[in-house]
Design a protein around this ligand. Structure first.
Ligand code: ADP
Ligand code: MG
Length: 349
């Protein structure tokens, strides 16, 4: 037989398969924060506290006062493909009301870190319990004294995947990503008290009293909050999307970073078409390279939007892109006009 250097096809072992899969869900500390905060919101929490150290590289902790888990549920929650949110494919077809449903976040996060989960159910008499998972090795579930709700601590992220760890950026950059994620969930949930700490210092804390204005005040500060004007598109119009929220005065802007937050049916999303619509609405009112603040909620029929483009990314696709763009642009334009923030393009006097 002739010698060749043809590659050998072989089956990967389970550990390798899991590490590869983990990389799809967990890219950096901010992705851990996103998954844990989504779980807290899905658990009906009224308070979600996030604390990170050194951009999240040296620890992420998310605490909530949600429904909590029993010891038995805790044991299940860290297994592969375990979820309380859907039971079969029909649930996916009829629409999922929760942020998560894949049942892979806790499992994959704990495969690439040292994760401790402490939980106590809110509505049934049951003691608290905790479990530690180190690089996928699930420890014993032990009794633990803790308040109702769930606390998850993720330490030594990527300790067993050095290649991925190497790609993490500076603490400041990683913290920026964490801050962006927590800010979006705080803005999307004004009825939940959301707080963020970095290296034991409070970055922001919302009241959770249900008002978007006061949430913006807590998150962005007074100068920005006072420059915001309400967007409230006429619900009777035949636009393809109902649009509401707040946008800033064209002179209250930031350079470089964009503070445009868009939510479709309550879910934080990014979409080039929404960004363009907002910026176009301001027209020539913005100075070059300056971006306004916008917090916009779009309600569209669930079957007119695809939110399942990628488990980690937050992109969406609309059936009627140009209709959505027109609806957002005109809602923001009239908000700016009504707020007296933009000169009408019609000749005056
Ligand atoms: P998913 O969110 O897709 O169901 P996860 O791996 O994120 O998958 O979580 C697995 C399960 O663990 C959830 O379905 C839920 O039952 C439980 N769980 C996770 N986090 C919490 C939490 N903060 N409070 C209560 N239950 C939780
Ligand atoms: Mg989840």
């Amino acid at each position: 037989e002739e010698a060749t250097d043809r590659p050998t096809i072989r089956a990967l072992d389970q550990t390798t398969i899991q590490r590869i899969a983990a990389g799809e869900v967990v890219e950096r500390p901010a992705s851990v924060v996103k998954e844990l905060v989504e779980n807290s919101l899905d658990a009906d929490a009224s308070r979600v506290s996030v604390a990170v150290h050194n951009g999240g590289k040296d620890g992420v902790r998310v605490r909530d006062d949600g429904v909590g888990m029993t010891a038995e549920e805790l044991e299940l929650a860290v297994q592969e493909h375990t979820t309380s949110k859907i039971s079969d494919i029909d649930d996916l077809e009829t629409g999922v009301g929760t942020l998560g449903f894949r049942g892979e976040a806790l499992h994959t996060i704990s495969a690439v870190s040292r994760t401790t989960i402490r939980s106590k159910p809110r509505d049934v008499a049951s003691a608290g319990a905790e479990v530690t998972v180190e690089g996928g090795d699930v420890g014993e579930v032990r009794p633990a004294g803790c308040p109702a709700g769930t606390t998850i601590e993720v330490e030594d992220l990527f300790f067993n995947t050095p290649a991925r760890k190497k790609f993490l950026k500076t603490d400041a950059t990683e913290f920026d990503h964490v801050n962006t994620v927590v800010t979006q969930y705080a803005l999307a949930n004004p009825d939940v008290a959301v707080s963020l700490e970095h290296n034991d210092r409070e970055v922001f804390a919302t009241e959770g009293q249900g008002s978007l204005e006061s949430t913006v005040l807590s998150v962005y500060g007074r100068e920005v909050a006072e420059a915001m004007t309400p967007v409230d598109a006429d619900p009777d119009s035949d636009a393809v999307a109902a649009v509401s929220g707040l946008v800033s005065h064209p002179e209250t802007t930031r350079s470089g970073r964009e503070y445009l937050s868009t939510f479709v049916n309550g879910r934080y999303v990014t979409a080039g078409v929404l960004r363009e619509a907002v910026l176009d609405a301001y027209g020539g009112q913005l100075a070059p390279d300056r971006y306004p603040f916008a917090v916009l909620f779009l309600d569209v029929p669930p079957n007119s939007v695809d939110v399942n483009v990628h488990p980690r990314k937050m992109e969406v696709r609309f059936d009627d892109e140009s209709g959505v763009k027109a609806a957002v642009e005109s809602a923001v334009e009239s908000a700016l006009l009504e707020g007296g923030l933009v000169r009408s393009s019609a000749p005056r006097g």
